[in-house]
Design a protein around this ligand. Sequence first.
Ligand code: AMP
Length: 360
Amino acid sequence: MPSSKPLPPGSTIGILGSGQLGRMTALAAARLGYRCIVYAPDAEGSIAAQVSAGHVQGAYDDAAALARFAAQVDVITYEFENVPEAAVTECLRHRPVRPGVKPIHLAQHRLREKEFFRSLGIGTADYQPIASDADVAAATALPGILKTCTEGYDGKGQARVATRAELAAAWQKLGRRDCVLEALVDFQGEISAIVARGLDSTTRCFPIGLNHHRDGILRTTTVPSNLPAGILATAERFGVELANGLELVGLVALEMFVTKDSRVLANEMAPRPHNSGHWTIDACATSQFEQLVRAVCGLPLGSVDVLQASRMENLIGDEAADWQRYLIDPTAHLHLYGKGTARPGRKMGHVTFVTPTWSA
Ligand code: AMP
């Protein structure tokens, strides 16, 4: 049984995955006096290992390596939701894993995820499973977006379709894999709720950010969002209901659409720190990464008070080459992830501009 006692500073947190989210978690953990050990298949590309106390290299199906990793840590978390469920189950044999198996079981499969949202009373766009030619022939959620049930992220594994003929062609192109067809949402904006839930079931929702995507990739998050209070309250309620429904200890991000007629519809969730929460590092009383550390270690959750208005911009591909210009801007906080090669679409860093000199 997982211990319900707080893990004191000096304890070691294991992180499955080694990207920028693990890196920023390790930095926040170090500030509170914790050590992190990262587990990932690839030692060289591990940008989380660059700032961690240790690194275990192993495949996600290597039970012996996972056991070796678990033996070195007091609690385990993960920084991406596509870590294989079996790896988390294996870790659970040795140590508490927070936020647990259920959140990734659901987040790894778009259909399961949407059914779970609906079961909690969280609204979604109309959707239907596409798993056969008969499903294609009967599809009504058009125009829509066809998405693979598994392994899609940042707009990958998706196709916009207007007619059944286009749907048939797109499904063919996606390899006739299990998919979900979602009705296209005519939205006025995209938002996200990031909710922490502690070991004692306390929840805290960070102020809702307004997100702007391009080509399926998050470009900016602005806080405060200046959306009506009723919309923000619904979004927060959905986020908190999700965290409670998942019974998670850790963080969950819920991405949502705000429709032109002011409804809030859930799109997808991620049971981990989220790109749309990076602004919290520079403009909130507690960062999302520190909040994760507090939750998984059984500490009291931190304040989510906004200290400054902010706009976070991702630095994607070559954009990070401009890093020097942010250093001379007094409103800019620069974060670079230590990644070697700047490929198109690759998140290389982000910059958070704080009030008062930016204009949205
Ligand atoms: P996803 O991979 O589901 O997060 O989708 C990436 C982006 O595509 C979203 O942030 C939206 O900008 C857009 N998108 C996804 N699903 C829909 C939808 N049903 N209607 C309109 N836009 C969508």
